[in-house]
Design a protein around this ligand. Structure first.
Ligand SMILES: *Cc1c(COP(=O)(O)O)cnc(C)c1O
Length: 419
């Protein structure tokens, strides 16, 4: 067989600058994490549940160390860490496990419309099994209203699930205040903290959080491993296992532990604990530089979501009268990021998170999510400002709507005709 080599493609690959600004989708694995993991593929192949030989003991010891590193990052006891395959599984285990375990107390769950699909779809499934769900709306800044939240609590409420920080906007919820309300009413507080752990200080106990989901690959660890924090005292929380088998993880999650993955997760947690403050400062400066650069270069640019209570590495911006997916095509060979449109089946739907903030379909479709990370540089940011400015100008120059806007036509007064 003859393999044709496309020299042009190779040259393109070599010289094309590629900038990764999609760290909320997943982060690169830190090389120090990879190095820590490697011995656990071949040199130490044991199953952490094999109690009868040194290979098993070595694996168990490695898992214990990782559990400690992760517990230390979030101020928990290591017995409160249940390993899972990721945050999706942890969200499922928390909600479905609590619903099953506490069914005698009630069947009502409170969550918000801007939660991750792993939470929303778990709630939808539970509705079919007899749960009653309240989906709280959020304000235009993306935060839940505490009075509305408290008013939604019923005698049958068992758990409230509100994420720590949103994956699309970076908006941080008033976690401590929500924790106080849950404590006052004696209900469980579950939080999906996948976007917050490892990037800002997160301590479930100090904030009244009883169950908390997070994931290694959002904090410079490997994909396919995550954890559910389950409070062991005041209150001692139990969840019904959703996976039946060998009774691993104190009976809450059966399945052979992903030893290399867990070792990497632990190393990522240790690095985060030591370097989080420095990383956050550096990354937030780059984020501010990006926002300022784009706002200075372009008209009609909007930042979505609360700007004060926001993750340091995220900005979600709308470029009015520019369609985000089309805009991305002007630079997506060079810059990786996400738009405010989601492909559901054949159509392009505006992001449900941005719609929940009250953005019209047009502003939601014209948005881009930039999520910076540990491995980005100022050079990356300047390259993004330049490419996106060019892309927006290009799209607007082709757009009759932009022309009308520039001519001072009131676009709301136009009756659009559907074809
Ligand atoms: C990425 C993400 C998840 C899913 O995590 P996985 O480990 O990929 O399953 C859940 N919640 C939030 C907020 C996320 O950002």
């Amino acid at each position: 067989m003859q393999i044709e080599i496309c020299y042009l493609c190779i040259i393109k690959l070599l010289v094309l600058k590629k900038v990764y600004l999609d760290n909320n989708a997943t982060t690169p694995c830190d090389p120090r994490v990879v190095e820590a993991m490697l011995p656990y593929f071949y040199e130490h192949p044991g199953n952490a549940a094999s109690r009868s030989h040194p290979f098993g003991w070595e694996a168990e010891d490695a898992v214990d160390i990782a559990r400690q590193q992760i517990a230390e990052l979030i101020g928990a006891d290591e017995k409160e860490i249940i390993f899972t395959s990721g945050a999706t599984e942890a969200d499922n285990l928390a909600l479905k496990g609590v619903f099953e375990m506490y069914s005698r107390k009630g069947n009502h769950i409170i969550t918000a419309t801007t939660e991750h699909k792993a939470v929303l779809d778990s709630c939808k499934k539970l509705e079919k099994l007899g749960a009653e769900i309240t989906y709280l709306e959020v304000g235009s800044d993306g935060r839940v209203d505490l009075a509305t939240l408290e008013a939604a609590i019923r005698p049958t409420t068992i758990v409230l699930s509100i994420m720590w920080a949103n994956n699309e906007t970076g908006v941080i919820q008033p976690i401590k205040e929500i924790g106080d309300i849950c404590a006052k009413h004696g209900i469980l507080f579950m939080s999906d903290a996948t976007q917050a752990v490892g990037k800002i200080p997160v301590n479930p106990r100090e904030n009244g959080v009883h169950l908390m989901a997070f994931s290694a690959h959002k904090m410079y660890g490997p994909k396919g491993v995550g954890a559910l924090y389950v409070s062991r005292k005041d209150p001692r929380v139990k969840v019904t296992a959703q996976m039946d088998g060998g009774g691993h993880e104190r009976g809450m999650r059966s399945g052979t532990l992903n030893v290399p993955g867990i070792v990497g997760f632990g190393k990522a947690a240790e690095i985060a604990r030591l370097e989080m403050a420095k990383d956050a400062e550096r990354v937030s400066k780059m984020r501010d530089r990006l926002e300022l650069g784009l706002k200075n270069a372009l008209e009609e640019v909007y930042i979505n979501g609360n700007r004060e209570h926001r993750m340091p590495h995220v900005t979600n911006m709308s470029f009015k009268h520019v369609e985000g997916e089309g805009l991305m095509m002007t630079f997506n060979q060079n810059i990786a990021l996400s738009s405010g449109s989601a492909c559901t089946s054949a159509s392009l739907e505006p992001s449900y998170v941005l719609v929940a903030l009250g953005l019209g379909d047009d502003l939601a479709h014209s948005s881009l999510r930039f999520s910076l990370g540990r491995f980005n540089t100022e050079e990356d940011v300047d390259f993004a400002i330049k490419s996106i400015t060019e892309g927006v100008n290009h799209m607007r120059n082709l757009s009759p709507i932009w022309e009308m806007y520039k001519d001072g036509v009131d676009l709301n007064s136009i009756q659009w005709e559907a074809h």
